[in-house]
Unconditional design. Sequence first.
Length: 457
Amino acid sequence: MHRIISIVIFSIFFSLHFSAFAEAASNEISFSENDRILILAPHPDDEAIGACGVIEKALKKNAKVKVVCYTNGDSNELSFIVYEKRITFRKGEFLHMGEVRRRETIRAMVFLGVKPEDIIFLGYPDMGTLEIFTKYWGNVAPYKGLFTKVSKVSYREVMSTNAPYVGESILEDIEKIILDFKPTKIFVSHPGDVNRDHKSLYLFLQVALWDLEGKIVVPQIFPYIIHIVRWPIPRGYYPELELKRPDPLANSDIEWHSLELTQEEIKTKHTVISYYKSQIQYNPKYLFTFCRRNELFGDFPIIRLNRQGSEELMWQDMKGPINIEIDPEHKKDAEKSITPDIAYAARENKLLIRLQLRKKIEKYLGFSIFLIGYNKKINFSNMPKLYIKIDTLGLHVRDKKRYLKIKDVELESSDHVLILKVPFDLLGNPDRILTCARTHPNDLPLDETSWRTLYLK
């Protein structure tokens, strides 16, 4: 009898242990010589901070690696002042800083083993790419860089010199890179990152992959976090510590993947990061904070909406809620956050958005939401890109840069609950929607949710 009980206990233990092991193994990232690894970095240095270990491990397996820098990081005024030891607002000086950062990336990546011809710079505007994604499409004047004051790619050693700062330029470049390289794994910045360029690179990648469906084998996507409130802590070089999932994303159903680094790989990463002198000098501890026992990757699950009839609605909740402060150094307590809980539903010909407010809308406090649809049959450039703002003056709807007369968008309110109803034809009858919500005094963002993807069935 004891023998039977022991066997049963052992079987249960083995089953649980094996299940746990299988679950952990499913989160492992491995590389082979057949892999084609594409690293998408919003700014020069993000490729090293977020994915240096990835690059080193992939190269050790003789995998193909390509590194793409989205911007040249030319609008970091604080780093410019500290590095150059002078203050300037001349546009040529900011382009000079972008060239400094380009050279730092080349030296760092070549040291790591990446071939110079496998390092691509796109040269789009630092701090301006999310504006481009949400507004600058079609027959519009291009976006003008905040500090550089230029409206086109103004570097020589880039993929598309003189490309105008519009969404079509960026999307075309990313799609061409993917079509030519045919990556098996893509490492990209995270939609929950507080930096605007980090968000927008992820968004452009999503649209590019949707456009290329049926033309390529779908690669695995591994987003990495760089900027998020109070993470990682402590700041500085602590190679014995590991990167853990950020607290603001703890309840988001993200499936995290941890890439473990050896001691030698951590030392190598430290050396690689040391090449980015222009960024280290104004904040010496920060970049080395990412030299830890692992690198962390994970994406949000998509939200699937079934079109429902007249029955009681089944809402799809955005878990969390994910309240990401715009300023990564902002010390506001979580309980003071005013970003609402958000849920989505689809009823016949309308998208419904339920907002459970924590604080009522006041004179200087508004709420807004982006709704950017994708329809496989329509060129993304021509799709509506809505920005809907709710404040004490009512409802305001903008499509790209043009404000619309409101007639079809409805708003219901009771107590602290708002329900926004948006006709699907106003969104271009999409099969997917990219969405993000904000609270803000006037037009200045205060709190913001991560960008999420809705799939419509």
